[in-house]
Design a protein around this ligand. Sequence first.
Ligand code: PEP
Ligand code: MN
Length: 345
Amino acid sequence: MERPLIISGPCSAESKEQVVETAKQLSKRGVHILRAGIWKPRTRPNKFEGKGSVALEWLVSAREATGLPIATEVANAQHVEACLNAGVDVMWIGARTTVSPFAVQEIADALKGTNVPVFVKNPMHADLSLWLGAIERVKNTVDGPVWAIHRGFSQYGQMEYRNAPMWEIAIGLKMAMPDLPIICDPSHIAGKRSLIQPIAQKAMDLGMDGLMVETHPNPEQALSDAKQQLTPSAFGQLLEELTIRDATAPTISSADLSALRLQMDSIDEQVIDLLHARMDLARQIGRYKWENGMTILQMERWKEVFDTREGWAIKAGLSPEFILNFLEQLHKESIRVQNKEMTSK
Ligand code: PEP
Ligand code: MN
């Protein structure tokens, strides 16, 4: 297997020209498989939900024009059937589908007896068992190769990433299934173009087996995920700049110090992201106090914060002294930030 495996193409197939044009540009840049979503599971209704089966012909035309194998997302047995009829080469199960064991089993059953490679994205939320279970269902039913796609995990509130990478979960999957190839989808982790390169590099540094990246001839005009799609030429440049280190590093075992350190790095990154969100709230509170003529320090609120956190620390088996010390520092910083917010008015 060539490493890394590169899958790219638009978030959604929008027109025959868009799909064929993207494929032509990607085929010159070392991409192995063309992707495009046809049935789009959208979080909110009344958004673009994909062009449906008609777009399968556009993918087939793109394959004829470039020789690239074609891949799309399937969410039920009808999708699988339509893809099998059109001769789609690779199918993937999206994050919103992986959460449902019934839906995953339905897809696996519809693929029974075929050799179609199936890629299973991680579920929306951070649950390694659910991801493992979906992969097991597909492996138990389908004869073709099965791969995993790490696309990050949804989180509440405005954070740096659209979906938190939580690399420790992808590492956990590798530990549980050492022979399973895992590729990274930095587009859905990032949510914005500027973050895609560092995430892709990190995935390569962790020894992941490939990348799935969304590309569009005119990203700003894309009907879905406009902020995170790259032009094929920007993606070509990203590929050129990637450093691919030797992937024959020792297999990760749970006793491996480097695996534990990687997990710790990932957790620290999340702690910092949460602190960032907390400071944003402190800023908003500062603004509210300023607009309402209140003082920054409100003693009874601070006492309540201390008391509740002390209880939470004890319950979590952490030293209350340590947590109260930590909070003291955090509070100092919040006050500084709030002060700044007020004096900048
Ligand atoms: C996609 O690949 O366009 C997609 C919808 O991804 P996910 O299932 O990861 O949200
Ligand atoms: Mn997308």
